[in-house]
Design a protein. Sequence first.
Length: 550
Amino acid sequence: MHFTFLLFFTLLSSSSRIVLGQEQQGANPYYVSLLNNSYLFYAAQRSGRLPPDNPVPWRSDSALNDGSDHQVDLTGGYYDAGDYLKFTLPLAHSITLLAWGGIEWFNGYAKANQTDYLRTTIRWGTDYLIKAHPEPNVLYVQVGDGEVDNNYWGPDTNIPSPRPSYSITGDSPGTDIAAQTSAAFASASYLFRHMFNDSNYADTLQSHAEALFSFADTAMPQQLYTEAVSASREYYTSSGYQYPLVYAALWLYRATGNASYRDKASSYFDQFKLYKHQPINIMDWSDPAGAVYVLGAQVDPDNTKYKDSAVYNLDGIIHGNDVCGYTNGGLLWCGQESESNALVPAMDTAFLALIYSSLDTSKSSDYIQFATSQIDYVLGSNYMRTPYVCGIHMNSPRNPHHAGASGGTDISNVDTSPPEEEHVLYGAVVGGPDHDDKFYDQRSDYRQSEIALDYNAPFQGLVAHQLSLDNVNDPPYASITDPRPFVTRPKAPLAQWIVAVIVIVIVFVVAGALYICWWKRHAIMQRCCGATRRNTSTNYPLEPHQKDFS
């Protein structure tokens, strides 16, 4: 029965693939399918007017008035996660990783015959970022009101209004996000110039990258963008602007070859004292520190401070420290960083480790082994026998936290309305398991079941890396025929406290009742026995106010 179900699901999943042409002989078909499905995920996240070849039939044109409150066209781009908000910071981070992965492992995309998908995915994002940067010192950083959007659960045809747009300006700057977006433009510029031979579009991207870096470098005060845009503070606040400034300068040096950007990166690195910085930095959308170390070692190899910091940081993460360790199943676990989306720190670190492995032969074997173990975990080598990618296996997550895919409209009952997603969100990587390697596939559990642009960005690079290898084993899920084990969620801490309080109250009540019974019995015995003693010790009864000391 398990085999029959697996065969059916494999055929269903395969039917979702959209192939521009036959992949090269020798390309692992499972990784080809994974790369294709990741493209489908990004297609499912598109905002704006969809193209005629839209591959996701349940998606519609949406949010066609974005930016109208400021007479700016902000249509397009990607919805950030399972809702309908658009944020520039995680988009810029995701575009940078997608471009970087494309640069490093373009051969993997070519073997899978999916270079056009890479181009389409990145350009849909960069075209939007161009719109979001209408003037040198203006960058739109958010579209949509979180309070309004988070009270809506349903399809893209009824997205609620208003959808206000928010920007940073020369008078209210945001150093961190201007620099991060500059890095996105610069990395994409390199990709389009050197991999796609599209110098015209690369020039456009480069001009935006340089303008935004100048904005970040010169606009004062240098500050976090959430100081200027408080609406974003609850959702995407970065950890600082120091690393983003270095990151943007390094990417501009790589994209342009202009040594002044290399020197600016080095100067900022020293000014902010980033050498072997403590504590250990886990790369994500809020903190590109780990990426800065690896990119610096890659593009400025003679400047050993980058290499030293990269090894210090990666070794600290991979080999354990006060922050990071591993679950019993082998997933990298970095404390609070892993609580909200366990797979992302593991994939981000694996991504950087693989890039650095080609720069340092002394670390190559160690870092490749680590990265491979994390890739295998994500793809089924785990306690749950689950590849944490939607739509690729019978054990894949079936209830990602996604308003459009769910098919439901009842925000108060997202887990049961409907019981299972109406649409398969092919290719989406979910947040992942808990520290006990358990996954509950519950739609309302955003920590485990949320999806987001930045989850798939490192994942897609890791898949392209696997495809670039001459020989690669099938991913673990290819041989899994048993269903996911049944697990029950432990009681919430609050519920445990309530139970404990109830038990304590019951114990006190019972103890109190027993004490009262004992006291009454003791009092009766005292009166009875005391009267006997008094009657035998004297011929005169005691007065009420007298004490019996006999």
